[in-house]
Design a binder for this molecule. Structure first.
Ligand code: FES
Length: 231
């Protein structure tokens, strides 16, 4: 007797993920990761109002060149350990800026706080990694908290007379071998070098120091979006 063919139930098709945002003006849509939603709905270390007195050691304010939003950061610092012990913030930015800065505040203050030098090395892609990513057109929002943090650290250096430690934005060295800075990458992109290869041809960045390539790619993406909009 021939064996009966076993009928298997067809697997239910998984529903495509619904986008969180649909842009009716320029088209396109995107969904946020679980972490982004969590930090947006439950922002950590957020201040609802500016503190009335100078109860924090340092303060930094930046505006986003890409969207005009503002970010304010306040820090408390343990001078003996050179460690940031508190990171509070406030912004008028979007959901991505809120989630990214909330995550950044956690990264800086977890495990009893972060050394100032280490905090200065945090890159937008480190925040994005912890957040499970952000939509491409929202990458610049993660830069806001990072820049305000650096502004607050510079404020602290100035206040405490540590002038040689001040890091001027744009002069941040990306590749220690070639001494290529963020400003050099920005200039290259403005001059039309919009791929890694083109930027490397112009600046030699990362050729002897491949560890900096992810940072370079992130900067190219950021400046491309800033000056030329989304492709
Ligand atoms: S912070 Fe302005 S669009 Fe995200």
């Amino acid at each position: 007797m021939p064996a009966k063919a076993i009928k298997t139930k067809p697997k239910p098709k998984s529903k495509p993920k619904k986008p969180d945002v649909v842009n009716k003006h320029v088209g396109g849509s995107w969904a946020y990761s679980k972490e982004v939603r969590d930090h947006f709905f439950n922002p950590r270390n957020l201040l609802w109002e500016n503190p009335k007195e100078a109860i924090y050691d340092a303060e930094g304010v930046v505006g986003s060149p890409a969207c005009g939003d503002v970010m304010r950061v306040w820090l408390n610092i343990d001078p003996k350990r050179d460690v940031i012990t508190e990171f509070k913030w406030r912004t008028f930015g979007c959901a991505s800026a809120i989630a990214a800065t909330s995550m950044l505040s956690v990264m800086v203050t977890e495990k009893k706080g972060m050394k100032i030098d280490k905090a200065l090395q945090i890159r937008p892609q480190d925040i994005l990694k912890r957040l499970g990513g952000l939509p491409d057109r929202k990458i610049h929002c993660s830069v806001l908290g990072d820049k305000a943090l650096r502004a607050a650290i510079n404020y602290w250096f100035k206040k405490t007379g540590q002038i040689s430690r001040i890091v001027v934005d744009g002069e941040k060295v990306i590749d220690p071998n070639t001494k290529v800075t963020e400003a050099d990458i920005e200039e290259a992109v403005l001059e039309g070098a919009t791929t890694l290869e083109a930027v490397q041809k112009r600046t030699k960045v990362g050729i002897g120091y491949p560890e900096c390539i992810p940072a370079v790619e992130e900067l190219i993406r950021f400046y491309k979006e800033k000056y030329f909009g989304r492709e």
